[in-house]
Design a protein around this ligand. Sequence first.
Ligand SMILES: *Cc1c(COP(=O)(O)O)cnc(C)c1O
Length: 405
Amino acid sequence: MTTRINAVPRAVPAEEVQVPFADCYITAAAQNAALRVLRSGWVTTGREVAAFEGEFAGYVGADHAIAVSSCTHGIELALRSYGLPRGSLVLTSTMTFCGAVQAIVHAGLQPVLVDVDAITGMPTPATVRDAVRAFGQPAAMTVVHWAGDLADVPALAEAAGLTLDQVVVDAAHAIGTYEGSTPIGSQCGATCFSFYATKNLPLGEGGMITTDNADRAGWLHQARLHGMTADAWRRYLPGGSWRYDVAEAGLKANMTDIQAAMGRAQLTHLPRWQERRAQIAARYDLQLSTLPAVALPHRPAPGTGTHAWHLYPIRLAAGIERDEVIAELAARGVGTSVHFIPVHQLTYFGQVASIPPSGMSGADALFDQLLSLPIHPRLTDGQIDAVCAALADATLRRFSRKGAE
Ligand SMILES: *Cc1c(COP(=O)(O)O)cnc(C)c1O
C-alpha cells in the first residue's frame, strides 16, 4: 500500500482561501538543470559553481562572488577573512536571525547586540553609539537590510568608528535591495546572501559572498573548502596535480554544482519575481492603509533606494494581542510568521552576547507588535485580498474593543 500524505480528506469551506506563508518555487528549468548535473558525472563544486558565481556577481554588480553552503557560513567566513584576534568585538542588530549571530561566535569573535528603532527594525547611529560606549571600540560590524529595506550602512559604520571595509553585510533579505540605483553587494568589505528555501532566490539551501576586494575573494575561495590551495575540481582535471597545501583553518562550506546549476536557472526569473513582490507590497499597502490597528512596513524614502520585499512585516497597534491575531489568521487558512524573536531574548545569546546596560527597549517593543504577512511571487491577488480581509476582521474587532475599554 502506498501512503499519500496529501490524500487526507479535509473539509474546506468554499469561501476559504488557503494562503501559505512561504513558497519554495523551483522552476521547471531549475529542476532540469539539477537533473543535467546529476547525469553529468560531476556533482560537487565545479564548472556550474564557477558560472553561477560569475552570473551572480554580474547581477549585483560586484567584482567577485564566492558560492558557499549557506549565508550563515558566508558570514562566518567573511568575518574570519579579517584575521581578527580571538574575542574581538563585532556589533550586530538584535533584530536578526539567530544564525547570523552564531556565525560571529563560530568565527571566535564576541557579538555585541545593538538595539533597533521600533519603526525601522534596524539599528540607528544612536543605538550603535550606546553599544560602543558600553563595550568599547568594535573590530567589525554586521549590518542586516532587515526585510529587504535599506539600512543606512555609512551612517551606522561611522557611528561605530568603522570603515565600510570593516562592515560585513547580511544580505539574506536583500537580493533586490538597492542603495540609490546600485544593488546591494559591492558597498562593503563583504556581502552575504542566502538561497534558503524561503528567500527571494530559493534553492533550498545555499549562499553567496560578494566583494570588490580581490585578496579577500581569494582567501574566501580557499577557506570555503578546507583552506586547500587547489580545489578538488582542478585537482581531478586531466593533467591536474594531486598535490595541495592547507594555508588556513578552512571550513567545509562549499556549494554543489547541483545547487549552482539550479541557481543559474532561478536567477533568470529573479527580475520578474522582484517585480511581482513589489506589486504584492503595493496591493497590501492600499488595502491595509485604511486599517487603524495596522502600521505598514517601513521603506526607503523616495529616491534613496529600493525595497526587496523579502518580508512584509506589519506592526499591530499596541494592545492588540499579536499571538491571538496569528491564531485567528491560521484558523482562516492564512500562514504568517514573526521576524524575529530578538536575539537577546534567546537563552544562549542572553548568556554569551554583550548586551548594553541601556537595554533593548526598541526591539522589545517592536517584537510584541510584529507580524510578517505572506509575500512570494506566486501569491495571487485573490490570496492577498483574503489575507487583508482576515486581518481586517481580526484587528478591527480587537481595536474597537480596546477603544471601548
Ligand atoms: C535566513 C537568514 C540567514 C541565514 O541564511 P542561511 O542561508 O539559512 O544560513 C541569515 N540572516 C538572516 C537575516 C536571515 O533571514
